[in-house]
Design a protein around this ligand. Structure first.
Ligand SMILES: Cc1cc2nc3c(=O)[nH]c(=O)nc-3n(C[C@H](O)[C@H](O)[C@H](O)COP(=O)(O)O)c2cc1C
Length: 168
C-alpha cells in the first residue's frame, strides 16, 4: 500500500480548506479501525474555526503548527465504552493511523500530535474543550494541503530488527 510508505508528518499547510467530503472520509477511516473486543471507544471533535485552532496550538509546546492547519481532529476516548480498559490507547492509535493514511490517500498531509503522552497537555485539552471526566483526550491530528513539504518515501527498513522463529 503506497500510502504507508510515502506518509510523512506534514507540519506546513496551504491556506486552503479541506472539503467536507474529505473530512467525512477521514472520520469514516478512523472508525474502521480495529479495537479490543470491538469496543470502538472513540469520539472526535472536528475543529476548523481559526480562533479555536489558535487555542489548540497553545495546549502543547509541540502543537504550534495546529494554528495553521485547515482542520484539527481532537481524538477522544469515552470511558463508558471501555470493555477492555487497558486497550484504550491501542484502539485510539489504530484510529489515529487510519486518519493519517487516509489523508495521504486524499492528497492531504497531516501530523499526529501527542496528548495522552503528557498529563499537562491532556489537562490543557480537557480544559479547552470542557471535557467531562469520562472523556479522555488522546491525540490531535492537524490536517491540510501540504505546503513546502510533501508525502514522500524515506526508507526505514532495518534488516537487523527482524528475527525469524526465535530471538537469537
Ligand atoms: C505518539 C506520538 C506523538 C507525537 N507528537 C508530536 C507532536 O507533539 N508534535 C509534532 O510535531 N509531531 C509529533 N509526532 C510526530 C513524530 O514526530 C513523527 O511521526 C516522527 O518524527 C517520524 O516522522 P514521520 O511521521 O514523518 O515519519 C508524534 C508522533 C507520535 C506517534
Amino acid at each position: 500500500m503506497n500510502e504507508i510508505f510515502t506518509r510523512r508528518s506534514i507540519r506546513k499547510f496551504k491556506a486552503q480548506n479541506v472539503e467536507p467530503e474529505k473530512i467525512d472520509k477521514l472520520l469514516r477511516a478512523a472508525m474502521q479501525a480495529p479495537s479490543a473486543a470491538n469496543q470502538q471507544p472513540w469520539e472526535f471533535i472536528v475543529v476548523q474555526d481559526k480562533e479555536k485552532l489558535a487555542q489548540i496550538a497553545e495546549t502543547s509546546p509541540y502543537a504550534k503548527l495546529a494554528a495553521n492547519s485547515a482542520v484539527t481532529f481532537v481524538l477522544l476516548a469515552n470511558d463508558k465504552e471501555l470493555k477492555v480498559p487497558t486497550a484504550w490507547e491501542q484502539d485510539m492509535s489504530a484510529a489515529t493511523q487510519n486518519i493519517l493514511l487516509e489523508a495521504v490517500h486524499l492528497g492531504l498531509g497531516g501530523v499526529w500530535l501527542g496528548v495522552a503522552t503528557s498529563n499537562a497537555v491532556a489537562e490543557n485539552v480537557s480544559r479547552l474543550f470542557e471535557l467531562p471526566a469520562h472523556i479522555r483526550p488522546f491525540a490531535l491530528i492537524s490536517i491540510g494541503y501540504p505546503d513546502e513539504q510533501q508525502n514522500e518515501f524515506v526508507d526505514r527498513y532495518k534488516a537487523d530488527r527482524v528475527h525469524y522463529e526465535n530471538w537469537k
